[in-house]
Design a binder for this molecule. Structure first.
Ligand code: ITT
Length: 198
């Protein structure tokens, strides 16, 4: 079966491909559909944005589409950057600028209050308009300075619970086993096996 990944984030594509490896799925990306329009992510929930992205791409390609809307929720910042994680330091901001802003906002937050979680909502959409969603979470804490160079986004400042290495210091497969995306995609895998291969 064909599935289109409804994301323009190459690092997400890399992770999702790795986690889905071994399944009998032909993975297509937005590079295969250059005329599909970009989606404005204006919903105020991860689910709202994920469903919107998946539906638009399913309609535009006439194929099953899978979207990922994800982000970092910091408890001391009342859940920020949340759905705005990709553009926390402004529209078009890069990972370095977003991390710099986060560490600046948290400079007076003591170690015991630096808890945070990554959230991932995966939405599947069919060309007829049906949708399904799956959530994954990863609990952890925010470091005082970036550590490691693997991964993307806020990985260099996120210590998953029970680890003294950030996501950006771990081998990719270790991150996948602990991560919000790893958990949500595992649920997607089970769903695909049940609905499409049984
Ligand atoms: P698409 O909408 O095209 O999928 P995007 O990067 O704009 O790409 P989101 O709106 O879902 O995607 O924003 C997700 C942001 O949350 C991402 O850019 C990172 O800053 C952060 N993020 C999500 N998952 C992450 C992870 O596994 N590690 C580090 N940061 C992550």
């Amino acid at each position: 079966m064909d599935i289109v990944l409804a994301t323009r984030n190459k690092k997400k594509v890399e992770e999702i491909r790795r986690i889905l490896e071994g399944m009998n799925i032909n993975i297509l990306t937005m590079d295969d559909f250059p005329t599909c329009p970009e989606v404005e992510e204006d919903a105020d929930t991860f689910e709202g944005n994920a469903v919107k992205k998946a539906l638009l791409v399913a309609m535009c390609t006439n194929k099953i589409a899978v979207a990922d809307d994800s982000g970092l929720e910091v408890y001391a910042l009342n859940g920020d950057p949340g759905v705005r994680s990709a553009r926390y330091a402004g529209e078009g901001a890069d990972d370095i600028a977003n991390i710099r802003k986060l560490l600046e906002e948290m400079k007076d937050v003591p170690d015991e209050n630096r808890g945070a979680r990554f959230v991932c909502c995966i939405a599947v959409a069919y060309p007829d308009g049906r949708t399904e969603t799956f959530f994954g979470f990863a609990e952890g804490r925010i470091s005082r300075e970036p550590k490691g160079r693997i991964g993307f986004g806020y990985d260099p400042v996120f210590y998953p619970v029970g680890y003294n290495e950030t996501f950006a210091e771990m081998p990719p497969e270790e991150k996948d086993a602990l991560s919000h995306r790893g958990k949500a995609i595992s649920m997607l895998k089970e769903y695909i096996m049940k609905i499409h291969y049984s």
